[in-house]
Design a protein around this ligand. Sequence first.
Ligand code: M6R
Length: 665
Amino acid sequence: MSQGRSNGKFILTNYFNKKLHYLSPIMISTVPQNLLLQNRHRGVQYSQLNTEKFMCGIVGAVAQRDVAEILIEGLRRLEYRGYDSAGLAVINDQHQLNRLRSLGKVQVLSDALDAQPITGGTGIAHTRWATHGEPSENNAHPHISGEHIAVVHNGIIENHESLHNTLVQRGYIFTSKTDSEVIAHLVHWELAQGDSLLEAFQRTIKQLEGAYGTVVLDRRDPERLIAARSGSPLVIGLGIGENFFASDQLALLHVTRRFLFLEEGDIAEITRRNIYIHDVEGMLVERNVQESTVKHDAADKGPYRHYMQKEIFEQPKAIISTLEGRINANSVLIESLGHGAKKIFQKAEHIQIIACGTSYNAGMVARYWFESTAGVSCDVEIASEFRYRTFVTRSNSLLITLSQSGETADTLAALRLAKKRGFMATMTVCNAAGSSLVRESDIAIMTRAGTEISVASTKAFTTQLTVLLIMVTALGKQKGTVSAKKEAEIIRALHLLPAHIEQALMFDKRIEVLAEGFADKQHALFLGRGEFYPIAIEASLKLKEISYIHAEAYAAGELKHGPLALIDANMPVIVIAPNNELLEKLKSNIEEVRARGGQLYVFADESAGFQASQGMTIITMPHVEEICAPIFYIISMQLLSYHVALIKGTDVDQPRNLAKAVTVE
Ligand code: M6R
């Protein structure tokens, strides 16, 4: 059976029409009855099997209505997690299992589904991001075993090689290079040994080492999905006469707002009417139903061209939400930081911040604040370094993790390690309620930025900084290093911050014009001093991430120790120049660049006294309170990278090779 479009964009083919299978970017298949038998006779290169790492999205549905469109919409909402291939498998009314997979974004899969609809009330779907092994249709999920089992998986199966070898000896033929395929064959094997799908799945899960969120279906038991969570998030969405699985509640907001969050080690079974959850011991347990607080429009771009643009412009509103209930007119409300926060702050003698990427940059800014304002020593470390080095735990050290997603594998591993290594307490500053970091930390302080979809983090960063400044003030108050006067000054600055960010956003058009000067450049250098040095680092991360221009950041005083050698007319140098005690030093650094013919773009406080001249463009910014200035200045840097990326025509929201939530190390 085969049917194709001549343009080759999509081909309907039988699962075993190998020629079409490899030529087509998309495949729709009806799984034949004798797959296992046929597999035994087909040669497959087992040596191609690679360890794969995924940061993927999962959706599953059991309903009376057709679920394919629900699954596709769910994948669309998860695409921010991974986007190199996608697929779905649905059981139709005749209990046939139809699978559709495509290389590329969910839209390709959606187009194929439009062209050749597949229908049915039970299905699973997946969007994939791979760091090893090529993105390909063959490697796209769902993976199928025998005539009836289909599986989607997020995470990594560390012992997949030995499982693979055992399965090969049992006669299974692998059709992908993924580690995930072992789950499908294991379930198939265990089911053949007898007992129900649940029991077969439970025995399968016991054999897996690594991290997984995984969902399985059996076309012979067509109204049931079973899932397991270990190290990779999974939620159940509750409908009326229908139920769902997803790796993120966001994927299901178009069908429900009521969720059960699975815990580590849970195995859950859903049918249209029932939900059973077994904990790590295999005991039936109940989990609380939670109403989602995520706004309905989180996945809508509204009037904006990109999520990143929308999220940049949402920052005043996001910060208002972050501040709500945490400060009053003149003071910080320490109780709002969580039960026990006051005692922890009283006792804390040291702060250890752990994070990755943009969250790490927020930690670097906060280090200046913790030491200069609260007078408490603070170290900041990248999670992937911290977790693998021998470190000394300081006495009464408070560990603070920073994370937008709350699921970053390295940060989570660092938290788990720290808990065994004598830290006084653990706190997380996080944007995702119900995430692993939130659940596993002693205290979680939510940033309340609202869902951030663009891979490039913007509002998560500024709301993290806002929370951190509140924490610094509360800590300093407990330590007696922040006087009532100082506290009132900081609180006033925080109250003014949303309006200042509105002012910064008004520079959008000006920055759009400036961006023209960057689009043909290969490199860019960002300079700052003090807490504006990590702001320069964050600015350079934004630019490289979405425009693919190589960008670096230096503490301006460090220029003469090497980077000055890079300066010429082709190297734009962006300087962040607030009017603070380091301004005169920074001006000298600017002169060093000017004298060597560098192209300077100086974002300067209106009172800093800069004059535009040959090779030096001045962007005059309104004066803002010094303590909040890092949060203010990053806005123009975000706008700059956004506009450069627009001119370059890159994929702003889903830059190449990246994923939103890095749930594997
Ligand atoms: O979810 P997290 O804040 O833990 O993520 C950490 C980094 O992966 C993340 O900030 C990444 O650097 C962003 N893409 C930067 O825009």
